[in-house]
Design a protein around this ligand. Structure first.
Ligand code: PLP
Length: 440
């Protein structure tokens, strides 16, 4: 059959040569395409649509808020949904945060968290603190500051000359891959802490504003959880040197790993600042946030009259987006979805572990799981697997070329039968790719 010629797209897509299918409707864990076929949303795009599609309570909350008030600029007003959402997030965070700022994208949240860290040190009379320590293989967003913080070579390459020299990188925390000479978790952590210490000393500890890490590494390496001792040792090290600790939970946070915040499942060490985003409004509206601990908030507030925080975005604290997020977060609590994430995550991870051929590792937590393949050195099958899954009716997220891995992050509402369907399409697709490789 000869394919229908497609009209040229008016959208400046990521790929300007590829033809993208049109998504028309969504219900539950499925997205329907314009030809009527359904795709199981196995990764919620990039860990976004945690309540699935077409959720009535969220749609009604957005509609109701739109009737009342769609927008009020935060230079002039606050709004009920923004206040209520901030209070709910603060109350449910074990008393670790005292305020919250809402923005639109994850990159904006990262940029603003970096600026808040800088503002904190200015307010403490330490203007020399301009350096940031981040990790190789991290992804923190695509705006120039966030891209400078991250270290995904293929995303940085074209823009390298425009990136900030204020960012310095150390090794990621990837115990299952990087532990050497039989190191246990404690010895591995101690080695990484010595690397941080050396970096602090090389830069001059009095020049370091903050360390920023993804609590569970996401887009680049695929669902790599931080170790509990790593997080507590890093906070201790930052405190000792007067630097702040920032967790970027844009991808792994808001329930994705089975607790509201990923650090709560990793020993409970809280950061000074934390970004949140993808599951916050579950894709029903673009919303991100920064959770701010009292140490930072109080210091900035104290000197507010002489040193105001001069940074903001027009759509920050958007009432419609906050109303959507409030409905999402209330639904997660009401329907006890975090327990479901843990239960379904356990099931999915077990099924993938039991039956994936060429398996190197299934890693991750809750419904944030990566499958890494074990192929010949240098060979990659993950991109073919992701493309074949899509052809067969399952969307999975392709990790960076640093690993031969795909990421699963299905909606929290996924049922056991849908987990079975997801695994079945995935295994059929892996088999197809392996058969193609054998035929070559
Ligand atoms: N930080 C992390 C950990 C991310 O995974 C992402 C996006 O994937 C971002 C920041 C950037 O978020 P956004 O794409 O909303 O700007």
């Amino acid at each position: 059959m000869i394919a229908e010629p497609q009209p040229p797209s008016a959208i400046f897509h990521r790929s300007l040569t590829k033809t993208y299918p049109t998504a028309t409707t969504g219900q539950g864990v499925y997205i329907t395409q314009s030809d009527g076929s359904k795709i199981l949303d196995g990764s919620c795009g990039a860990a976004v649509s945690c309540l699935g599609h077409g959720h009535q309570a969220v749609i009604e909350a957005i509609t109701e808020q739109a009737r009342q008030l769609s927008f009020a600029h935060t230079s002039f007003f606050t709004s009920d949904p923004a206040e209520e959402l901030a209070s709910l997030l603060i109350k449910s965070s074990d008393g670790r945060f005292s305020t919250c700022m809402f923005l639109s994208s994850g990159s904006e949240a990262v940029e603003s968290a970096l600026k808040i860290a800088r503002q904190y040190h200015l307010s403490k009379g330490e203007p020399r603190r301009t350096n940031f320590i981040a990790r190789r293989s991290a992804y923190h967003g695509n705006t120039l500051g966030a891209l400078s913080a991250g270290f995904n070579p293929s995303r940085r390459e074209a823009f390298e000359p425009m990136l900030s020299p204020a960012f310095h990188h150390v090794s990621p925390c990837f115990f299952s891959r990087d532990a050497i000479d039989g190191e246990d978790e404690d010895e591995y952590t101690d080695r990484l802490m010595r690397e941080y210490e050396d970096k602090f000393l090389a830069l001059g500890p009095e020049t370091v504003a903050a360390v920023i890490i993804e609590t569970v590494g996401g887009a680049t390496l695929g669902a790599v959880p931080g170790l509990p001792k790593y997080l507590s040792s890093l906070l201790e090290l930052c405190d000792r040197h007067g630097a702040l600790l920032i967790y970027d939970e844009v991808m792994c946070g808001m329930g994705r790993v089975g607790t509201l915040h990923a650090w709560q499942a990793l020993g409970g060490t809280p950061p000074d600042l934390q970004t949140i985003r993808k599951g916050l409004a579950a894709g029903y509206q673009p919303l991100s946030g920064i959770l701010i601990g009292s140490k930072v908030h109080d210091a900035i507030r104290e000197i507010q009259a002489t040193l105001p925080f001069v940074s903001g975005h027009t759509y920050q604290g958007h009432p419609l987006a906050c109303a959507a997020a409030l409905a999402v977060q209330k639904t997660i609590v009401r329907d006890d979805l975090l327990s479901k994430v843990r239960r379904m995550g356990g099931l999915l991870s077990q099924r993938l572990r039991d039956s994936t051929p060429c398996l190197k590792e299934v890693r991750g937590m809750g419904l944030f799981l990566a499958v890494e393949f074990s192929t010949q050195p240098g060979a990659h099958m993950a991109s073919d697997v992701a493309a074949t899954c899509m052809k067969n009716g399952l969307a999975v997220y392709l990790c960076s070329s640093a690993v031969d891995a795909v990421l699963f992050a299905p909606p929290f509402i996924i049922t056991e039968a849908e987990v079975d369907q997801l695994v079945s399409i995935f295994l059929t697709s892996v088999e197809e790719v392996l058969q193609d490789l054998r035929d070559k």
